[in-house]
Design a protein around this ligand. Structure first.
Ligand code: C2E
Ligand code: CA
Ligand code: CA
Length: 625
């Protein structure tokens, strides 16, 4: 039942209870009042009839009234009894009253006439009203009796008044109830509307929240289903928001978010929805969009959010990353659209791009990739994974000082799958945790084996962005090394620059913990990320590993050469050593020697090799001992 109906019913209920109470009170008052009134009337009638009888005997000496009494024309709704001076009944009229029919006259003895000249009493189911009048100038008295069946009496007395009063009260009560319920329900409607608004909007920006966005998406899909007009969902993430909060605090973060929401609202038409999902994530739902329009909106979002924001007397600059999914191409229901826009956002973030449209190939959740991930899960326990080792050469001694462990997957049906393909998927699916643990254990075991045959070199392993968020990573390393009784100085960890920079505040804690354990840290693919010099200075690292694209470009591109030379100089000035990867020729080797690079790694020296082949290479290549 609706609230409004319940309210109305309870009001009517209350009205009926009030009416009953009021009616009962009215009933008793009415009875009392009507008794007195009735007796008064009877008295009057009795006296009148007594006077009439007296008049009949005026001119006679015979004062016997029995005869005149019997002939007198009395009103036949009453009974009349002629009494002598001792109150003995002498005669009675043949009135129709129940008393006459059912009770002998002698019963009247029960009436106590002595002291009263009027009264009432009950005879079984009857109520009797009586009045006694002395017949003037005679010794007789006239008794007038009016007998009424009790219930009829009640109904007669109370009935009409009660019914009218009750009707008026109920009528008033219903009107009162209606007016009150209208007022209450008005208030309730208002409160309801406020609650609904709060449940569906973000408190800070008052933009629609995740639930309302979902609802609007559902509606948009429903209405556009037949026409198949594209609907576009943009997921927008504010870059460096966490850094801003860490530096300026949450209040400034809130001010920034409010301004961002205002700017976003300003650039889209009213039929579209701008929503805040959580933290620094916004969404825009564009109804009825065509590719050209998406492009315009995306570009204007990027442009408008690049303009500095005035926060706390500062001009803050942030950028955005946008993930895009459209209906019907990338999903036919709200869930898949949201999920796919999220995948696109993740991909854009990872590739350092400002926006990306969903593509199933990059989606770790697409069917093909899901099967591949379940295969990878199996591969972990099935000896399908193997580590290859690629040597690193010290440019002063020209000897092998370490190896980098690189994972290989020999899929039973698909053949060799490159880590560049499956590692990013493993990162997204979470499988990277067990993979890193496996690599860690294998590499350390291999290191131990080599120690036994006098190959004393450092072992470098690659650690992913996602591993840096794993609080157990450091303790895992520590336990494993303690179990195997290996010194941390044998281990080196390579982490890509983009991994560190995508969330420096998170990665920094893990990096410090690893560094404190005595593990050497190296920034991989250096030059492809966006490390600011101020960040670089705070990182607990030992080595920069220049990305192979610059190294391989050096012989024919002066800019690459300039970059490599600058990185080497910068690293040395900051006290870091430098590794060059992608060394494919003697020419590159020579250039790096000139630039005073510390270590080199690349196909020119050796491709990554399985352990046994590496041991063989070590003996035969001349880079060892
Ligand atoms: P990376 O860490 O930058 O590894 C270097 C990549 O460059 C390796 O590719 C290596 O084979 C290749 N390389 C080495 N020397 C040369 C050269 O002279 N010329 C050219 N063109 N390439 C060279 P690989 O083994 O295919 O690995 C690709 C990427 O996969 C690695 O890049 C790394 O990011 C990732 N990866 C490999 N193994 C692991 C692992 O165990 N864990 C994690 N998290 N990532 C791994
Ligand atoms: Ca590496
Ligand atoms: Ca690299």
């Amino acid at each position: 039942m609706k609230l409004r109906q319940r309210l109305l019913l309870s009001f009517i209920g209350v009205a009926i209870v009030v009416t009953t109470i009021f009616g009962t009170v009215a009933y008793y008052i009415t009875i009392n009042y009507s008794n007195e009134e009735k007796i008064h009337l009877l008295q009057f009638i009795a006296q009148k009839n007594a006077s009439d009888l007296s008049a009949l005997t005026k001119n006679t000496t015979n004062k016997n009234l029995i005869h005149p009494f019997s002939n007198h024309n009395f009103n036949d709704i009453f009974s009349y009894v002629l009494l002598n001076e001792n109150n003995k009944p002498l005669a009675r009229t043949s009135a129709t009253s129940l008393l006459d029919l059912k009770h002998p006259l002698s019963q009247l003895n029960k009436l106590n006439f002595q002291h009263n000249n009027s009264g009432n009493l009950e005879f079984g189911h009857n109520k009797i009203y009586w009045a006694l009048a002395k017949i003037p100038e005679t010794k007789y008295k006239l008794l007038l009796i009016h007998s009424i069946y009790k219930n009829t009496a009640l109904m007669q007395v109370v009935g009409s008044r009660f019914a009218i009063t009750a009707a008026i009260i109920i009528w008033l009560a219903i009107w009162g109830a209606l007016i009150l319920s209208a007022r209450f329900s008005n208030q309730l409607d208002k409160q309801n509307a406020i609650l609904v608004h709060q449940a569906l909007h973000d408190h800070l920006t008052d933009l629609p929240n995740r639930y309302l966005l979902y609802d609007r998406l559902q509606q948009a899909i429903y209405y556009n289903h037949h026409e198949k007009t594209p609907i576009t969902l943009l997921l927008i993430e504010i870059n460096r928001f966490k850094e801003i909060i860490d530096t300026l605090g949450h209040r400034s973060g809130d001010t920034l978010l409010k301004q961002i929401s205002q700017r976003l609202k300003n650039i889209v038409f009213e039929q579209n929805t701008v929503a805040r999902l959580d933290g620094d994530q916004f969404a825009i739902l564009l109804n009825d969009t065509h590719e050209k329009n998406i492009d315009i909106v995306v570009k204007s979002i990027i442009k408008i959010l690049e303009e500095p924001f005035p926060v706390d007397e500062l001009m803050l600059e942030t950028g955005v990353t946008i993930g895009i999914a459209t209906f019907p191409d990338h999903g036919k229901d709200p869930d898949s659209l949201i999920r796919h826009a999220d995948v696109a956002l993740y991909q854009a973030n990872k590739d350092g791009r400002s926006f990306m449209v969903y593509s199933s190939e990059a989606d770790p959740n697409s069917i093909d990739q899901l099967t591949l991930m379940s295969d990878l899960h199996r591969a972990l326990n099935n000896d399908e994974l193997e580590l290859y080792y690629q040597p690193k050469i010290d440019l002063k001694s020209h000897k092998v000082i370490g190896v980098e462990a690189l994972i290989r997957w020999q899929h039973p049906e698909r053949g060799f799958i490159t880590p560049d393909y499956f590692i990013p998927m493993a990162e997204q699916s979470g499988l990277i945790k067990p993979i890193t643990a496996w690599v860690m254990e294998q590499a350390l075991k291999q290191n131990q084996e080599w120690e036994k045959i006098d190959i004393k070199i450092k072992m470098a392993i690659n650690v992913s962005q996602r591993n840096l968020y794993d609080h157990q990573l450091t303790s895992q390393f520590r336990n494993l090394m303690q179990q195997m009784n290996i010194s941390t100085h044998h281990l080196e960890i390579e982490i890509t620059e983009t991994a560190i920079m995508s969330d420096p505040s998170h990665s920094l804690a893990t990096l410090h913990a690893l560094h404190e354990m005595g593990i050497k840290l190296s920034i991989d693919d250096f030059g492809t990320g966006f490390t600011s010099l101020s960040h670089l200075k705070d990182l607990p690292i030992d080595e920069l590993k220049i990305d192979k694209s610059f190294i391989m470009g050096m012989p024919h591109d002066d800019k690459d050469l300039a970059i490599v030379s600058t990185i080497i100089e910068l690293a040395h000035n900051m006290g870091y050593s430098v590794v060059a990867e992608g060394v494919e020729s003697q020419e590159i080797m020579d250039m790096l020697i000139d630039l005073k690079c510390n270590t080199v790694q690349g196909y020119y020296i050796s491709r990554p090799l399985p352990a046994k082949m590496f041991e063989h290479w070590l003996i035969t290549s001349g880079w060892h001992k």
